[in-house]
Design a protein. Structure first.
Lengths: 68, 223
């Protein structure tokens, strides 16, 4: 299963902007807030992070190298 | 007290003090311990102290009227910030936020005056610090004016990957953070990453930015 965006539930207000923005179905409304659900459809586009007004979602990239 | 004196020598203004001096100066220093994510200073605020990042990382940033943020400098390893306010009695030029738990040493304006009168070697050390700062800001201005976003992003990736190799740990960063550090917006970072992939310098593998050709990336960064 791919790495998913990280959600800080304390910052989340449940506005649902990320749910609407996610084209992969990786975020759902849950108990007044949202929940990240693991899905192969997540392509880490970063739109959920961009639309969140509370900065509650982060799509964290890892910079690495395949060279020695 | 002994620990404080040892740590004081890591502060950039005091790194060339002779053996006896740090103890003399440490009485003017106050400490601040802060967690990650704390804003210490706001742009335009009046705060008559210079701070030294004894441990941890901070970012100094400017914010536009529309709310866009630009990270001007990362402060760590004894480097100072808010220097201008204690020399010209003005307001803070940039905002400062901790990126990790931080230990700061602070020195108030009136106390710096006393130190400069009694420790002449500190004067020349401060001049060196400011000369280095001027070089840094000119280089930054050149990058922003003369280099494309893709070129700046290439350089950013190279530098961060080099840090990762040196520290033997992964560098984790969001597109928003990259945008803030290279002076652009998230959408342009996203586009520039795809551009670098098209040019075969990197490969985007879900949450990984893999540098596949360092030479190519270096060429694209203009370094």
């Amino acid at each position: 299963m791919p790495v998913m965006p990280e959600l800080d539930i304390e910052l989340c207000t449940g506005c649902g902007l990320c749910v609407a923005a996610c084209h992969g179905g990786g975020i759902i409304q849950h108990k007044g807030k949202v929940k990240i659900v693991e899905t192969e459809n997540c392509d880490f586009c970063g739109v959920c992070e961009a639309v969140c007004p509370q900065f509650a979602i982060k799509c964290i990239f890892c910079i690495t190298s395949c060279e020695d | 007290m002994a620990a404080k004196i040892e740590l004081l020598k890591t502060a950039c203004y005091f790194s060339k003090l002779d053996v006896a001096s740090p103890g003399d100066i440490s009485r003017f220093i106050f400490e601040k311990k802060l967690p990650a994510g704390e804003t210490i200073l706001w742009e335009g605020e009046k705060d008559e102290a210079v701070y030294f990042a004894i441990s941890g990382l901070l970012k100094l940033f400017a914010t536009s009227e529309e709310g866009r943020e630009f990270t001007v400098r990362i402060v760590f390893g004894g480097d100072s910030f808010n220097d201008a306010t204690i020399f010209d009695n003005g307001t803070s030029i940039l905002s400062a936020m901790t990126m990790s738990p931080v230990l700061l040493y602070g020195l108030r304006r009136q106390d710096l005056g006393e130190i400069l009168r009694t420790h002449s070697e500190v004067n020349s050390r401060i001049a060196e610090v400011f000369a280095g700062r001027e070089r840094y800001y000119v280089k930054l201005a050149e990058e922003l004016v003369f280099k494309s976003v893709t070129s700046r992003l290439a350089r950013f990736l190279m530098e961060r990957e080099k840090l990762a190799r040196a520290g033997n740990e992964d560098i984790r960063v969001t597109q928003q953070e990259m945008a803030s550090m290279i002076g652009t917006v998230r959408e342009i970072v996203s586009r520039s990453l795809r551009e670098l992939e098209t040019m075969s310098a990197i490969s985007l593998r879900h949450n990984q930015i893999v540098i596949t050709d360092r030479n190519r990336l270096s060429e694209l960064s203009g370094v």
